[in-house]
Design a protein around this ligand. Structure first.
Ligand SMILES: CC(C)(COP(=O)(O)OP(=O)(O)OC[C@H]1O[C@@H](n2cnc3c(N)ncnc32)[C@H](O)[C@@H]1OP(=O)(O)O)[C@@H](O)C(=O)NCCC(=O)NCCS
Length: 150
């Protein structure tokens, strides 16, 4: 498995996996625009040119947030998401981010398990944050500064 920045040629595969995984997917056009967004980092995990999964992040000053993480159903539970998030965390640490935060559907236990296994803590809940279907978001955060000062 290789993890590298998303390039234009990978966007169609990412857009397809978005559609498969989410009720309100990012469009191909929106994903293409992310390639020229200086605040955005999108990583893809591939094997021989085939997309296994991807993860996106936005950074503003020392705050970073995960925009999306998804893995092809055929390649789940093999550590792909964990590897993608580790890479995003490494980028955060290198670039001095204080924390990495994200929202996750309150019922998405698989993703919540993933984030908890990586040391994310629940710091809040956004009521009715999601639509299709309406659902609360849990706000999970991993603090890098605090980790370094332990
Ligand atoms: C959530 C998702 C990204 C996990 O991807 P993955 O590559 O299968 O995850 P990993 O193999 O890296 O799993 C790492 C850890 O997460 C947890 N985990 C992941 N999938 C799980 C599942 N189906 N059941 C229970 N725990 C799970 C486990 O703790 C796992 O460690 P383990 O396998 O050693 O027990 C994937 O299921 C997915 O794409 N889901 C649909 C999209 C989505 O919900 N994205 C998150 C949006 S916030």
């Amino acid at each position: 498995m290789t993890i590298e920045p998303m390039t234009l040629d990978m966007v169609p595969q990412v857009a397809l996996l978005e559609q498969l995984c989410f009720s309100q997917p990012w469009s191909q056009k929106a994903l293409e625009e992310e390639l020229s967004n200086p605040l955005a980092t999108w990583l893809v995990a591939t094997d021989g040119g085939r997309l296994l999964g991807y993860a996106g992040m936005h950074r503003v000053l020392d705050e970073a947030s995960v925009t999306n993480v998804a893995v092809d159903p055929a390649y789940r539970r093999k550590g792909v998401a964990k590897a993608l998030l580790h890479e995003l965390e490494d980028i955060c640490r290198r670039e001095g981010a204080a924390f990495l935060t994200l929202e996750v559907r309150a019922s998405n236990q698989n993703a919540i398990n993933l984030y908890r296994s990586l040391g994310f803590e629940e710091v809040g809940r956004r009521r009715h944050y999601y639509t299709h279907p309406t659902e609360d978001a849990l706000l999970l955060t991993k603090f890098f500064v605090r980790e370094e000062t332990l």
